[in-house]
Ligand binder design. Structure first.
Ligand SMILES: [Zn+2]
Length: 533
């Protein structure tokens, strides 16, 4: 549309260093031209005598702000006296206090929602705090409009709790950082930019989606940026410059463009599971543990199951792994020790029954969720212990996985073997990379007493081998032979990505490989177990 973008600066806690921030702005404007607005979040004023004297010069008109400056109200008791009331007003030439909460719409149509101060814990709410009512009064008029898509900018002093979920970790103690009422606010207002401060650190979260993939229309993404205190000794970033075209002037297609590194919403799961109201609530690790004693409902999982429940949206790093005792520590969603954001796996082109983030996943079958993989009971399984090991992301076959995903997959496979062994059973794992979109390693227990021989002691797949013997029932011919491959062979060496194959791993370490030609029986793996073991 050729709309000229606005040039905006956002600033963290000024804490009375007003000269410092304006000098910095002057330098920037000399270099990059005039900016339209300076938005200050956190505490603008300081309580030291020096800070008071500095402010006096602006208040008296002796000094003037070099840019239209908008500030939030007090985030502490000590600086309350700088604000004449809860209502917004001009405090000095070019310096405007926005008010306790509200929406500011500029001449350009840029919409800025804001909430001053911290979450009030008492009733009545102190003047430097906001109450639940403040948030309701801010949100309701906006979202009651059915044209409402979101606001351009949200300014808060406090951080939204849990904003780091599914993303890069901030340098704060996440156990004590932020408040869920701000998370709720951000979830509802869908700001394109959300600025916060008061934690003394700089944090730019990866952008997150405001819609559920494949369920809702694509919406614009949100960026959360927390800024440090002006002139902090660690030289953390406190000023952020960006260009923005108000969303009301943008083409929808332009507005909803998704950047490559976009993540899930950090809030949607909290809202859905209703844990947002209480930051101390953590999901119990047992949530995904399926009760093996329960009767399963039937139906072929891969073929015709219906997604009944919403799955977990996330990478589920808060879940323990029941059979994996050497995992060093359980990672909780708000812990600091989250690993770096893993490379994003490929996305499915349509609904997928096995992508953990997809709505089609049947959550009640999920047993354990790791960082890259998860374990589930097979639907319509042949035995109660028929399990699937799957990558969380959408990968078609083992040969497409990165080494770290393979590593975790191997640990799950080991856990499955150990589990079967504890039940006095042998373990057969197989993968069918043929007519399947999402990798599934199937685990089947085999009763030792029912085996004609121990699988390990079988001579090389002579015709009475249970596995090989099952083949001629479908198709005669030498080309159907399973090929034994050396134990340390990487499957990638024999099956380049795209090659259809059937692959079996026995608990003895033996590996059997079959390059699939046409008319391969899809139920082959199942057949082996029902009829021959
Ligand atoms: Zn998938």
């Amino acid at each position: 549309m050729g709309e000229k973008p606005l040039k905006i600066l956002a600033c963290g806690d000024v804490e009375g260093s007003i000269n410092a921030v304006f000098n910095r702005v002057r330098t920037i404007q000399k270099k990059s031209g005039q900016f339209d607005l300076l938005l200050c979040v956190g505490n603008f004023f300081g309580s030291s005598p020096g800070a008071q004297a500095e402010w006096q010069e602006y208040k008296s008109g002796a000094k003037k702000a070099p840019i239209h400056t908008y500030i939030l109200g007090a985030a502490s008791q000590e600086t309350l006296r700088y604000f004449p009331s809860a209502d917004g007003c001009e405090l000095a030439d070019n310096i405007t206090y926005l008010g306790r909460r509200g929406v500011f719409t500029g001449a350009s149509g840029l919409q800025i929602a804001y909430v001053s101060g911290r979450e009030g814990q008492q009733d009545p709410t102190p003047a430097h705090c906001f109450s639940p009512k403040d948030l309701t009064q801010l949100v309701e008029p906006l979202i009651s409009n059915n044209q409402f898509r979101g606001v351009d900018i949200l300014l808060t002093s406090q951080w939204p709790r849990g904003v780091w979920q599914y993303a890069n970790s901030p340098e704060v103690n996440t156990k004590f950082c932020g408040t869920t009422s701000i998370s709720h606010l951000a979830y509802k207002l869908k700001p394109r930019y959300h600025f916060a401060a008061v934690e003394g650190v700089h944090y730019e979260r990866l952008p997150y989606r405001n819609h559920v993939v494949l369920q809702e229309n694509t919406q614009h993404v949100s960026r959360f940026i927390a800024l440090a205190t002006v002139n902090n000794p660690e030289k953390r970033k406190y000023l952020y410059a960006f260009n923005i075209i108000p969303m009301k002037s943008m083409e929808a297609s332009e507005l909803v463009k998704q950047p490559q590194d976009v993540t899930e919403s950090p809030y949607s799961r909290m809202v859905r599971e209703n844990t947002l109201s209480d930051p101390t609530v953590q999901e119990p690790a047992s949530q995904f543990f399926f009760d093996l004693g329960k009767k399963q409902r039937g139906g072929g999982r891969g073929q015709g199951g219906r997604g009944r429940k919403r799955p977990s949206d996330g990478d589920g790093q808060n879940q323990g792994q029941p059979w994996d005792s050497d995992r060093q520590s359980q990672r909780l969603p708000f812990d600091l020790d989250r690993p770096k954001q893993p490379r994003r796996p490929p996305q499915p082109s349509g609904p997928c029954w096995f992508c953990l983030a997809s709505p089609q996943v049947e959550k009640h079958l999920v047993i354990s969720i790791g960082t890259h993989c998860y374990l589930a009971l097979a639907k319509g399984s042949l035995t109660p212990q028929h399990v699937l090991v799957l990558p969380i992301g959408h990968y078609q076959s083992v040969v497409e996985l990165s080494s770290e995903v393979v590593k975790e997959l191997d640990r799950y496979k080991m856990a499955v073997r150990t589990f079967y062994k504890s039940k006095g059973q042998r373990c057969v794992l197989f993968e069918r990379n043929y007519h399947s979109q999402h990798l599934q390693i199937q685990g089947q227990p085999a009763q030792i007493q029912r085996l004609p021989h121990s699988l390990t002691s079988l001579p090389r797949y002579k015709t009475d081998s249970p596995l090989r013997a099952s083949l001629p029932r479908y198709r005669a011919g030498a080309e159907q032979e399973l090929m034994e491959i050396p134990q340390h062979t990487d499957l990638k060496q024999i099956a380049p990505p795209g090659t259809p194959y059937f692959y079996v791993e026995l608990d003895s370490g033996e590996k059997l490989f079959y390059r699939i030609q046409k008319n391969f029986p899809l139920q082959f793996g199942r057949y082996v177990h029902t009829h021959h073991i």
